[in-house]
Ligand binder design. Sequence first.
Ligand SMILES: C[S@@+](CC[C@H](N)C(=O)[O-])C[C@H]1O[C@@H](n2cnc3c(N)ncnc32)[C@H](O)[C@@H]1O
Length: 398
Amino acid sequence: MLLSQNSMLVLSKPNHKQEIIVKTMAGMEEILAEEITSLGAEHVEILNRAVKAQASSSTIYRINLCSYFALRVLVPIHHDVIHDEDHLYYSVKRINWTDIISPEQTLAVRSSVNSEYFTNSHYVELKTKDAIVDQFTAKFGKRPDVDLDDPDLVVNIHIYRNALTISLDSSGGSLHKRGYRISSTVAPINEVTAAGLIKLSGWNHEDTFIDPMCGSGTLLAEAILQKLRIPPQPINRKFGFQQWSNFNQEEWEEVVGQAIEMQLDIPDFKVYGSDLDDRAIECAEYNLAEAGLGRYAEIQKKDFHHYAETTKAHLIFNPPYDMRIESDDIIAEYKKIGDTLKQKFKDSQAWIISGNLDALKRVGLRPSKKMNMMNGPIESKFYKFEMYAGSKKAKYNK
Ligand SMILES: C[S@@+](CC[C@H](N)C(=O)[O-])C[C@H]1O[C@@H](n2cnc3c(N)ncnc32)[C@H](O)[C@@H]1O
């Protein structure tokens, strides 16, 4: 079944809406659906680690620039049913690639394969690339080169059982790379995960945002971006859609202009970060300064247990799990975290993401919300702890 042979022509019609698949992290599908709806997408449907919708070209540009929770925005151009590599080769050849890129441009093929018919995703990528470049060689005697690091066109192959979807990757590279994390500590959290945790925690943008184990400062940066409605992507990033033959510079400039207009200017707004480790402080300060967000963050070297009493705080942090960062006594450390929360952060809430469930259980506060999360490859829990002030009884386990 061939649905659309030439999406580039379709996309270039003004206001034409076309199917998009927006990829995200597990657990973030709903907040992504809500977000892309607010950015102009229609008929939004939730999938596994992705959201499907209809979008015009300017909405595709806007999602790429402004989404905090998207990993990449794919534009499907071809669906087929295939059973082997030769079948894949001929199916890929049915698309008119010479309308999509020129022989002077570069290309990369990426795939996700879950199929009993196709077990080697590298071979799937190779076969797809061959089908594309053979079309050019036959027509022009020259062909696009492969460039895995900085390609002009990223072709995405998705095979589930025998169902093939070929998409163009409008993002080019993964959108978790915001360009601000230049320096990194041992176990940094992914930027899209950090953004999602902040949203899922329901931060009201009023209570004081604190990451008391801030590492390279990812949660701090994402909190500032969300609060001030700053697009997470730098406007000079090279997006995939900008290399397409139908790229509309005027539409893009309009999208950028609207995003800049939406930004808030709150000079006295601040988030607070701290860490035990000198190198982490250096990293966080450097990254936030590079992102142009330095004046909104107060970062200091401090042991979490040495905080002064603070109220109306919204803490989000990922303490060491005793995995990538080892610990002498992880259980005692989490127990101490719970003690500090009870003693120092009254009338506040703390959200902790951890891949160490045994340790998390020893915080000694009863979580009022629990979510399952992935922190990279690590299955994790994201727990909310509420600490009350005065007569209202805190939810302590003991
Ligand atoms: C998993 S890393 C946090 C990574 C961070 N979210 C990022 O994106 O880079 C945990 C951090 O907790 C810090 N840490 C551990 N115990 C601490 C304590 N008692 N007080 C302050 N920081 C602590 C470590 O130095 C480390 O940087």
